[in-house]
Design a protein around this ligand. Structure first.
Ligand SMILES: Nc1nc2c(c(=O)[nH]1)N[C@H]1C(S)=C(S)[C@@H](COP(=O)(O)OP(=O)(O)OC[C@H]3O[C@@H](n4cnc5c(=O)[nH]c(N)nc54)[C@H](O)[C@@H]3O)O[C@H]1N2
Ligand SMILES: Nc1nc2c(c(=O)[nH]1)N[C@H]1C(S)=C(S)[C@@H](COP(=O)(O)OP(=O)(O)OC[C@H]3O[C@@H](n4cnc5c(=O)[nH]c(N)nc54)[C@H](O)[C@@H]3O)O[C@H]1N2
Ligand SMILES: [Mo]
Length: 713
C-alpha cells in the first residue's frame, strides 16, 4: 500500500524509497517495501517451472509444466471424485490483483469442496461477524484512526504490522497524532508491544480471555444507554436481548478471568460511550483464539452501542474505487455463505466456500470416502503457517500429487510434484483490490509493471487461467465455458480493473469523486502514477449494508449462531481459577519479517536473531533459565528447540515466539533463510483446538512446557 520510488538501471534495482508524492503513504515505506529489488534478484527465486524426478528437480518448459499440473488434478479427480483435490490459497494472493481476480475462476473450475486458505488462521472471525451482522463478509469496519480521540486496541500491534483491516503507513506517527490532539490510546495485550509503547495506557490481559472483557464492556455500554434513554438507528436490530445475555459479565467477573481491573473495564466503557470520537479495535490476537468469532461479534456490538459505528473518528466502512463489496457481482467476492457444508472428519463449517485450515491435515491423512489425494497450493506455506505443521507435512508426503504456484522451493512446496513460479512483484502491475477496501482512507493507485517479461515467464493469473483452460479441455467441457475463460484471459487483469473502476462508486455512473472533484478511470489512474486521493472515510449506512434475503438492509446485533455460543463462554467464565497454571504460548510479528517468507533477503534478516522465545524474568528464574539459553518447548503436538530472551515486557505465565521460522527442513532451497536460527511455532500449535463457531485456528494461548536442553539430555 505504500507508494514506492524505484531507481533502476535496466533490470537492476539501485534503490527503493517511499514515494513522497503518494497521497496515502507520503514517503513512508516499511523495510519490506525497500527490498523488492533483493526479492527480484534473489538467486534462490525460481524462474522456471520445476518437476520432481525421484529426489531431484528438473527444469521444464511452461507448456509441459502446465499440462502435467492439469493432468495431476484431472487424473485424481477422475479416479476419486472432484473433492479429492484440495486447494490452499496463501496470504500473498490478496496482495496480487491478478491472482485475486483469476483465482476464483480457477477454483470454480476445480470444483472441489476441499478449499482452504490462510483466512482460517487469520481474520475468519471478523469475516463471519461481518457476514452475520452487516450482511456481507467483507464489510469489516476500519478504525478512523486519523480522526479518533479514543482508541482501544486489543490483540494487534499496528506499529509493527502497519495495521491489519486498518491498513495505513506510519502507524507510529498516526498513534502519536491521536495523543497529540489530546486523545488516548489504550492497549490490551499479553505483551507490552511496540504499539503499547506509543499508547497512553497498556494493560496485560490473559491470552484467550478477550471475549469476557468485551462482553463486560458491552454490558456497561448497555447500562449507560439505558440510563440516558438513548435510541439506536432504525436499521439496528437485536439490541433488546443483549442486556440479559451479557448480564453474567459484570466488570468484577470479567476482571477475575482476564486479569484486567474492573475499574479499567468501567473506565474504557465510559470513554467509549461519552467521547465524541471513539473506537474499539481488535485484530489477530483476538481472532486466533477459542472465542474468536465471539470477539469479532462483540467488537462490532461495542462500536454500535458506543454510537461509534459509521461515525467519523469511530469504526467506518471504506468506499473503494474498485468496489469488491458493492460492485457488480461478477467483479466482487460475493456476500458470503456459512455452514452450507461441513468438513468430513470434524464437521467444521464451510465459510465463503472454504473449510478451516486446521482440518486440512486430518482430511489428508484419514482414509475413507472423500479423502484428499492431491493438493494445489497458491502463494501459501501451510507447513509453517497452520497448526501442527509436522502432521500436515507428513500428509503432503503421502499425497498422490501436488501442484504449487510459488517462486520459492520452501517447506511446503518441496512436497510438490510440479512448482509453477510466477513473475516477481516488479514484473507485474499492482492495484490493491483488497487493501484499498480495508484502509483508513479511500485512495487508489495503479502501478504498471516496472520490468518487461519475456515468453518464458508467466504471471500468477496466466498460470491460473492456463490451468483452468486445460482442466476444461481435459474434461471436454462445453465450448461456451471455454470461450468464457478465453474472454477473461484476453481482458487481462488491467481490463477487469478498468471495468471495475468504470462501474465503481467513482466511475462513470457513480456519484463519488476524488478530492479534486474528478471521476476515476483506468486512464486517469495511468496519468496519476502517485495515486489519487478519494478522501477520508465517509458515513455510508444503511445503504452500504448487504441486502438480506428479504431485501432489507439492517445490522443484526444478535445473530443466532453467536448468541447460541454464549453458553460456552459462560462456562469459561465460571471455570475455577487454576492456581498452578503453566505457561501459554502466543505469537508476534517483526517489522522486517513477512509471515514465513522474505527470510531469504539478507537485509531483512541481518542483525540480532528474531526467532527467540520471550519469557518473563520470574518464569525464567522459576525454571533456572539463563539469558539466551537453548530450551526445549513442548506442547501436546510436538517439541521444538529455541533460545530464550528474558523480557519483562511479557506477561508472567506467557511466552512469545514469532511464527514462520524453521527453514532447516531437508530439501528447502532458501540459502539465507536456512542459516537463520529458530524453529516453527506451528510445530507446537494444536490443530485439534479451534474456535467452535468459525473453525478458526487457535494459535494463541497454547499450553507449553519449557525446560533447558542440557537438563533434558
Ligand atoms: N503461529 C502462528 N501462525 C500463523 C500466524 C501467527 O500469527 N502465528 N499468522 C497467520 C496469518 S495472519 C497468516 S496471513 C498466515 C500466512 O500463511 P500463508 O499464506 O500460508 O504463508 P506465507 O508465509 O504468507 O507464505 C506465502 C507464500 O507465498 C509465496 N509468494 C509470495 N508472493 C507471491 C506471489 O505473488 N505469487 C505466488 N504465487 N506466490 C507468492 C511465498 O514464496 C510463500 O511461499 O500465517 C498464519 N499463521
Ligand atoms: N512486519 C510485518 N507486518 C505484517 C506481517 C508480518 O509478518 N510482518 N503480517 C501481516 C499479516 S498476514 C497480518 S494478518 C497482520 C496482523 O496484524 P496484527 O494483528 O497487528 O498482528 P500481530 O503483530 O500478530 O499482533 C497480534 C498481537 O496480539 C497479541 N496477542 C496474542 N494473544 C492475545 C490474546 O489472547 N489477547 C490479546 N488481547 N492479545 C493477544 C500479541 O502479543 C500481538 O501483539 O500483520 C500484517 N503485517
Ligand atoms: Mo494474515
Amino acid at each position: 500500500m505504500c507508494g514506492l520510488e524505484v531507481e533502476h538501471d535496466g533490470e537492476r534495482v539501485l534503490r527503493i524509497r517511499g514515494d513522497a508524492h503518494d497521497p496515502f503513504s507520503k514517503g513512508y515505506v516499511c523495510p519490506k517495501g525497500t527490498q523488492l529489488g533483493a526479492l527480484h534478484e534473489d538467486p534462490d527465486r525460481l524462474r522456471a517451472p520445476i518437476r520432481k524426478r525421484g529426489e531431484e528437480w528438473e527444469e521444464i518448459g511452461w507448456e509441459e509444466a502446465l499440462d502435467e499440473a492439469a493432468s495431476i488434478i484431472h487424473r485424481t479427480q477422475e479416479k476419486h471424485g472432484a473433492d479429492s483435490v484440495a486447494s490452499y490459497l496463501g496470504n500473498p494472493n490478496v496482495h496480487n490483483y491478478g491472482a485475486m481476480l483469476y483465482g476464483p475462476d480457477f477454483l470454480r473450475a476445480l470444483g472441489s469442496r476441499n478449499r482452504f486458505s490462510a483466512t482460517s488462521v487469520d481474520q475468519l472471525p471478523h469475516m463471519l461477524a461481518a457476514y452475520l451482522m452487516f450482511g456481507h463478509q467483507l464489510l469489516m469496519p476500519v478504525p478512523d484512526i486519523d480522526r479518533t480521540d479514543y482508541m482501544v486496541i486489543l490483540g494487534a500491534n499496528p506499529v509493527v504490522s502497519n495495521g491489519s483491516i486498518m491498513s495505513a503507513p506510519d502507524m507510529k506517527g498516526r498513534l502519536a497524532e491521536v495523543r497529540g490532539r489530546g486523545g488516548e490510546v489504550i492497549v490490551f495485550d499479553p505483551r507490552k508491544t511496540e504499539t503499547a509503547a506509543q499508547a497512553s495506557a497498556h494493560h496485560f490481559i490473559r491470552p484467550g480471555t478477550d471475549a469476557h472483557l468485551l462482553a463486560a464492556i458491552a454490558g456497561e455500554l448497555l447500562r449507560l444507554s439505558t440510563n440516558d434513554g438513548s435510541a439506536y438507528a432504525s436499521y439496528v436490530r437485536g439490541v433488546e436481548p443483549l442486556a440479559r445475555l451479557f448480564a453474567p459479565w459484570t466488570p468484577a467477573a470479567a476482571a477475575r478471568v482476564t486479569g484486567v481491573d474492573a475499574s479499567v473495564i468501567e473506565d474504557v466503557a465510559r470513554n467509549l460511550y461519552t467521547r465524541e470520537r471513539a473506537v474499539c479495535y481488535g485484530r489477530l490476537g483476538v481472532c486466533v483464539q477459542a472465542f474468536g468469532a465471539t470477539c469479532g461479534w462483540l467488537l462490532n456490538v461495542i462500536n454500535v452501542l458506543g454510537r461509534n459505528l459509521d461515525r467519523p473518528g469511530g469504526a467506518m466502512f471504506t468506499l473503494p474505487a474498485f468496489d469488491i463489496i458493492g460492485g457488480p457481482r461478477a467483479l466482487g467476492l460475493g456476500r458470503g455463505s456459512f455452514g452450507r457444508w461441513k468438513s468430513r472428519i470434524r464437521e467444521l463449517p464451510e465459510f465463503g466456500g472454504e473449510l478451516p485450515a486446521a482440518t486440512l491435515a486430518e482430511e489428508i491423512d484419514t482414509p475413507g470416502d472423500g479423502q484428499i489425494r492431491a493438493l494445489v497450493t497458491i502463494a501459501g506455506n501451510p507447513v509453517l503457517s497452520t497448526p501442527n505443521g509436522r502432521r500436515l507435512e507428513r500428509g503432503l508426503e503421502s499425497l498422490d500429487g501436488m501442484v504449487s504456484v510459488d517462486f520459492y522451493l520452501n517447506e511446503t512446496t518441496r512436497h510438490a510434484s510440479v512448482i509453477l513460479p510466477p513473475t516477481s512483484p516488479l514484473e507485474h502491475g499492482h492495484y490493491d483490490v483488497a487493501f484499498h477496501a480495508l484502509a483508513v482512507r479511500n485512495t487508489a493507485r495503479y502501478s504498471p509493471p516496472l520490468f518487461p517479461v519475456n515468453s518464458s515467464q508467466r504471471h500468477d493469473w496466466q498460470i491460473l487461467s492456463g490451468l483452468e483452460s486445460r482442466l476444461l479441455r481435459l474434461r471436454g467441457a462445453p465450448a461456451r465455458a471455454r470461450v468464457e475463460t478465453q474472454g477473461r484471459r484476453l481482458l487481462q487483469p488491467e481490463g477487469i480493473l478498468s471495468l471495475g473502476l468504470h462501474c465503481g462508486p467513482y466511475g462513470l455512473k457513480g456519484s463519488g469523486r476524488d478530492v479534486d472533484g474528478r471521476r476515476l478511470s483506468m486512464r486517469r489512474l495511468r496519468q496519476a502514477p502517485h495515486g489519487v486521493d478519494l478522501g477520508p472515510l465517509r458515513s455510508s449506512l444503511p445503504e452500504r449494508l448487504g441486502r438480506r434475503s428479504g431485501g432489507e438492509r439492517y445490522i443484526d446485533l444478535c445473530p443466532d449462531v453467536l448468541r447460541a455460543d454464549l453458553d460456552r463462554l459462560k462456562r469459561d467464565l465460571e471455570r475455577p481459577a487454576d492456581k498452578n497454571r503453566g505457561l501459554v504460548l502466543i505469537g508476534r510479528r517483526e517489522l522486517r519479517s513477512n509471515n514465513s517468507w522474505m527470510h531469504n533477503i539478507p537485509r531483512l534478516t541481518s542483525g540480532a536473531p528474531r526467532c527467540r522465545l520471550k519469557i518473563h524474568p520470574e518464569d525464567a528464574k522459576d525454571r533456572g533459565l539463563r539469558a539466551e539459553e537453548l530450551v526445549e518447548v513442548e506442547s501436546r503436538v510436538g517439541k521444538i528447540e529455541v533460545r530464550i530472551e528474558i523480557d519483562d515486557a511479557i506477561m508472567p505465565g506467557v511466552v512469545s515466539l514469532p511464527h514462520g521460522y524453521g527453514h532447516q527442513r531437508d530439501g528447502v532451497r532458501l540459502g539465507v533463510a536456512q542459516a537463520l536460527e529458530g524453529a516453527s511455532a506451528n510445530d507446537l500449535t494444536d490443530e485439534s483446538v479451534v474456535d467452535q463457531v468459525s473453525g478458526n485456528a487457535v494459535l494463541s494461548g497454547v499450553p507449553v512446557d519449557i525446560r533447558r536442553v542440557e537438563a533434558s539430555v
